[in-house]
Design a protein around this ligand. Sequence first.
Ligand SMILES: [Zn+2]
Length: 283
Amino acid sequence: MNVLRALVYDGEVSLTVADTTALVKEGVKLHNLTSSAAQLFGRALSLAVFQGAGLKGATGEMSFSLRGDGLAGELCVSVDEPLNVRGYLQDGEANARFSQADLLGKVGSLTVIRQDGYSRPFVGVSPLVDGDIDRQFEAYYDASEQLPTYLATTTELDDKGEVAFAGVICLQPLPFATQKVLENMPTGEKLYPYLTLLRENGIKGAAEAFGTLQAVTEKEARYQCRCSKEYLGEVLVSLGEAQMREIIREDGAVRVHCHYCNKDYEFLEEDADLLFQGTGRMS
Ligand SMILES: [Zn+2]
């Protein structure tokens, strides 16, 4: 298990700790990201794991889009309740040399969409603030959900530029948290040293540094895209047979690219035959 949630400080604060190294490695590799783009993407995936860990209901889903005027363009990540995470960075390749602040930019917004699978999705938006990606999410929770949230994420690279460690720690005081607890819990820069404990001692070791744990739950998060040729085939059926066959005639195939896992799919004449066989769809 790589994600732990518990109550700490006598049950007054909700804690989430996740070692996201494996899934960040996978995501960074799929998108061929290096240096600061890999770090930004890794931290975004880790933040999604924190968000997913708080989802209720097996059909719950959450996604966010961070769109600033920086060099990375749009950053999108989705997570579901079983903690399958996937995402993409619009322009990850060209901008690896720049700082994370250059990648994010200064003006823009963070949009979060949360759905439980039953009712209408909740959409929250907050403008970008001065600071790194953790500060963007803290500002979002403060402004859009009125939920004080303290976050620390990291993605460390080794000498070869490969992901060596990634993780997230989050503290969310519950509404009845006392002033004493609010003043004593580590926030801002004081939260980051706990990531070192996470790297060295694992999720349980890091969590126990906050005191006695109550109501502990553990889960496993992974990088998992949900695309498949079958799924995309269904999408293409809605394009209509005539249009699909025309593209195949002109380009040799209908090519579909999945941004989330960087995979290319090709649909040829025989795929069109299969898709429209006996569907009775006239186009
Ligand atoms: Zn995919």
